[in-house]
Design a protein around this ligand. Structure first.
Ligand code: ADP
Ligand code: MG
Length: 457
């Protein structure tokens, strides 16, 4: 594996952990200039700012990402323009032998993120050609095609929801790219809800809210990704409500994604929620084992990765609920096998994946409830009672939180489990504990202790 490949792979890992803006700012024009025999890496950076930011703020991420691929790496130096110096050296050496094989010093790494079209925010890497369809996402896929055929007319708005890493952004961007490809004069705008909100705030501060309004009310297709981000942001919700109405009344297409169904986005104004629900709502679920294997095989073809079938099966079995992580696992195995420069055995693959796996819980909901009644020292049957006594309410909320967070239980099923309560009760419990963890170190500590004490290691 070349240094460039190693750095590209570390970057794709880092990219997941930092915001797009930071990534574009701080990792642009960086490269891995050298790894020496002692495992010390030299990262070339373009200037002193980047040197400081990478060295101070992102150092841990960078080291971790590099080590996942090459565990032998010990430390990192950030050097300004080390790559130019290095390239110059290589250039001179090569030139001794071959005059015509000059390397341009402008040669730079190509980040996939920099291909994003600033007018539309679309990234050309997301297409239908590389989108795999299975029973977990076929409804969403069919709806997407219908939208493309009858923009603004078929399913408007289209609302797609599902857990993280299941292909929502990919699908939404593929719709945008496809529309642009078919008719380039159509105005398409892809936005994350977060960016929409941030832009609104800064345009208000700069006194240019008017331009902001114009910008989003003038498009044929507006895509708003991760709309759950609007929760609690009253001003953003209000502005977006008007934007939506303008577009909708003019017969323009709007597409949303969210990590949950509209009725589960709690802190959102009722009138906006009802707008989210007037069109078609479709969920993407998690792919089953066969589909995961098909996805991995397709990615191998796409990236020209050659790995033993047995190893692909191990990867498909190891990551269950997230296509992004599935791809990550495949990359990891691929990189390590390239680095080691010999054929990897299935046992080695298993070992690598288990070392990098997230802690898995093998407990179920009833066990969690039992553990929590033990932890707070209350009889288990009281956990199911309809009572408002604080000594019961608190443990019950913690139990609901853990079932949601660690077992991905649905809110209706959690409500059901606790004596047939409504799903909103479960949702409120979840959010309350989530807030609690942020604001109250005692709650954070309780949760930590429960997980440490009762969850299998
Ligand atoms: P989400 O927005 O739901 O969190 P993404 O769209 O970002 O998920 O997908 C995560 C990763 O998995 C991306 O690299 C994406 O290309 C890939 N991916 C997701 N779904 C599919 C699919 N059906 N076929 C191929 N790749 C997919
Ligand atoms: Mg997404």
């Amino acid at each position: 594996m070349s240094n460039e490949e190693l750095w590209q792979n570390a970057l794709s890992e880092i990219e997941l952990n930092v915001s797009r803006a930071s990534f574009a700012t701080w990792f642009k024009d960086t490269c891995l200039a050298d790894i020496n025999n002692e495992g010390i890496v030299t990262i070339s950076v373009p200037n002193g700012f980047a040197q400081e930011w990478l060295g101070n703020k992102y150092h841990k991420f960078i080291l971790k990402s590099l080590r996942t691929i090459v565990p032998e790496i010990r430390s990192i130096n950030y050097v300004i323009n080390a790559s130019l110096a290095k390239k110059q050296e290589v250039f001179e050496q090569k030139n001794k032998f071959k005059k015509d094989e000059a390397i341009s010093s402008e040669e730079q790494l190509d980040f996939k993120d920099f291909h994003v079209d600033p007018k539309t925010n679309l990234n050309p890497k997301y297409t239908f050609d590389n989108f795999i369809v299975g029973s977990f996402n076929d409804l969403a896929y069919t709806a997407a095609l219908a939208v493309i055929k009858n923009l603004g007319k078929a399913y408007n708005p289209l609302f797609i929801y599902g857990g993280s890493g299941l292909g929502k952004t990919h699908l939404l961007q593929a719709i945008g790219n496809s529309i642009k490809k078919e008719s380039s004069q159509k105005k398409v705008n892809y936005m994350t809800a977060e960016k929409f909100s941030n832009e609104l705030v800064s345009s208000i501060q700069a006194g240019s809210a008017h331009n902001f309004k114009e910008k989003y009310r003038d498009c044929d297709l507006l895509i708003v990704d991760d709309i759950q981000f609007f929760e609690k942001k009253i001003k953003t919700q209000e502005e977006f409500f008007h934007t939506f109405n303008t577009l909708y009344d003019a017969g323009k297409q709007v597409i949303f994604s969210s990590d949950r169904a509209p009725q589960s986005i709690i802190d959102i104004e009722e009138r906006l929620r009802s707008r989210l629900q007037v069109g078609v709502i479709i969920d993407i679920s998690a792919p089953d084992y066969e589909t995961r294997l098909a996805i991995i095989k397709a990615k191998c073809n796409e990236k020209k990765i050659a790995l033993d079938d047995k190893i692909l099966e191990i990867i498909a079995g190891s990551v269950q609920r997230n296509i992004r992580e599935l791809e990550g696992a495949l990359n990891l195995i691929h990189m390590q096998s390239l680095y080691k420069n010999k054929i990897m055995t299935p046992e080695e693959a298993k070992l690598i994946l288990s070392k990098n796996a997230r802690p898995k819980t093998t407990v179920n909901a009833s066990q969690i409830i039992k553990m929590i009644s033990e932890f707070y020292d209350i009889p288990e049957k009281n956990m199911y009672e309809k009572t408002r006594k604080h000594e019961i309410v608190h443990p019950r909320q913690i139990a609901m939180y853990l079932i949601r967070e660690d077992l991905s239980g649905s809110f209706p099923s959690i409500g059901q489990k606790f004596g047939g309560r409504d799903h909103t009760t479960a949702m409120h419990a979840y959010l309350k504990v989530k807030e609690g963890i942020k604001n109250n170190p005692k709650i954070e500590e309780e949760i930590k202790q429960i997980r440490e004490k009762y969850y299998p290691k």
